[in-house]
Design a protein around this ligand. Structure first.
Ligand SMILES: *Cc1c(COP(=O)(O)O)cnc(C)c1O
Length: 434
């Protein structure tokens, strides 16, 4: 399988190159030359296969011969070794819970898969790979956890001091081993600027093999297809589901669209958005206009210019009518998100996180107009990660899940630096040379 750049100026590359590079040199996103078709036999027998077997079948054509089959199978087994339950919430709506991984959010799947692939590719490298990430919270913890203990890869995470939640900071700073946390006395934008500068620094790149673990990386994006197949395995109805995906950068829904293009039976997709509604407006007007991101209580979806929009265009060969035929979109404001958490808890005793609540409400809206259908939404994070909002909405404190207990007892380990590029460079030059 070869990958082309959506800007069409860079050369085609295989899975290995696409994973190591992350973004194409022409700043486009990598996209597979062909979307594989899954056999009817595979889809019919999905209920009898294990999670690892399904993951392997789905991802194998994308990886091609870049990783040997038995190694790829092991990577799949490791990536999905937790639960993805489909839980009925109301008569016509279920929740596909994607928060049973180590950092309690769906980004664990992509991060775990990508980290093992990079670890595998680093074996042919004379230098260790150094992954450099700037985070405002969630992505960093999923990436750090995914890479923990992966041989041949060192991770350096930059986060803005005092601007991530307590749980997030502990998730970032207590891992040790090959994970180093830099606490930057500045903003997330400072962190991002410093990381970008590092990638263009010749001197540094001669010495270190630097790469990013950006969410647009194919090795983070494509494995997100897995859980759509796990949902199908648990789907109790004859008619295919309507699937609602809380969306920000649109990587997750775009993976679902790939799964559908490969043969996964899906009735319809709902792109569930908060006030960052560029895609909702695109479906109304056929015009894509990005915006300045607006801050909301579902903050992992606060994206004003979703990178993966170009991948949606590729999937549908730029045909607006086709996109509109398979996807609907709604945009929900914070007050409605909070009211949904309150109401669903009262009516159904189910606790939504703010992102899942947007997914739930948008699915409800779609089903109000299509009452003979049933569907599920992706519950993308554990409510405890957004406990302030959720506790206020349901009126009582949440239980801290067992996976979080031990975190509270660990010691934070970070190196504090000023928001200046030279401080980052000095750190990398002195700590990361082998
Ligand atoms: C990242 C994230 C999203 C948005 O996913 P995209 O792939 O960027 O659309 C939704 N919910 C949570 C909890 C997230 O962390």
């Amino acid at each position: 399988m070869l990958y082309f750049s959506t800007n069409k100026k860079s050369e085609k590359v295989n899975f290995r190159e696409a994973t190591i590079k992350g973004q194409a040199p022409d700043k486009g996103l990598y996209f597979p030359d062909v979307i594989p078709s899954l056999s009817k036999n595979f889809l019919d027998s999905i209920k009898t296969l294990t999670k690892a077997e399904i993951a392997f079948e789905v991802i194998h054509p994308y990886v091609g011969d870049c990783i040997e089959d038995d190694e790829l199978y092991k990577i799949c087994e490791h990536t999905v070794n937790f639960d993805f339950p489909l839980i009925p919430v109301s008569d016509n709506i279920s929740a596909l819970e994607l928060f049973h991984g180590p950092t309690l959010a769906f980004k664990d799947v992509g991060a775990r898969f990508m980290s093992r692939c990079l670890g595998h590719f680093s074996k042919d490298n004379s230098k260790k790979i150094t992954v450099l990430v700037a985070t405002s919270g969630d992505t960093g913890s999923a990436v750090a956890n995914g890479f923990l203990g992966v041989e041949g890869v060192e991770v350096v995470i930059l986060y803005p001091s005092g601007k991530v939640s307590k749980i997030q900071e502990l998730q970032l700073t207590t891992l040790g081993q090959n994970i180093r946390a830099l606490e930057v006395q500045g903003t997330f934008d400072d962190c991002q600027r410093m990381v970008k500068q590092a990638f263009t620094d010749k001197d540094l790149n001669n010495k270190l093999f630097l790469t990013s673990a950006n969410s647009i990386n194919v090795a983070r994006w494509l494995p997100q297809q897995f859980y759509y197949f796990y949902a199908l395995r648990q789907w109790p109805h004859k008619k295919p589901p309507v699937i609602s995906v809380p969306s920000g950068n649109f990587g997750n829904i775009c993976a679902g669209l790939m799964a559908a293009a490969s043969g996964l039976p899906v009735k319809h997709f709902v792109a569930a958005c908060n006030s960052n509604d560029v895609f909702t407006r695109y479906l109304q007007t056929a015009e894509f206009k990005n915006m300045e991101a607006v801050a909301t209580i579902s903050n992992a979806m606060d994206v004003g210019n979703p990178s993966n929009f170009v991948r949606i265009l590729e999937i549908f060969a730029h045909q607006y009518e086709k996109i509109k035929g398979l996807i609907s979109s709604y945009s929900i404001e914070d007050a409605e998100t909070a009211a949904t958490i309150t109401r669903v808890f009262k009516q159904h005793k189910y606790i939504l996180d703010p992102h899942g609540a947007v997914g739930y409400r948008c699915l409800e809206k779609y089903l109000e107009e299509h009452s003979s259908e049933k569907g599920f939404f992706l519950e993308t994070a554990h409510p405890i990660k957004f406990s302030d909002v959720v506790e206020k909405a349901i009126g009582h404190p949440l239980h801290i899940p067992p996976a979080m207990h031990h975190l509270m007892e660990l010691k934070k380990l970070s190196t504090v630096i000023k928001p200046e590029y030279d401080e980052l460079k000095d750190f990398l030059m002195s700590t990361m040379s082998y």
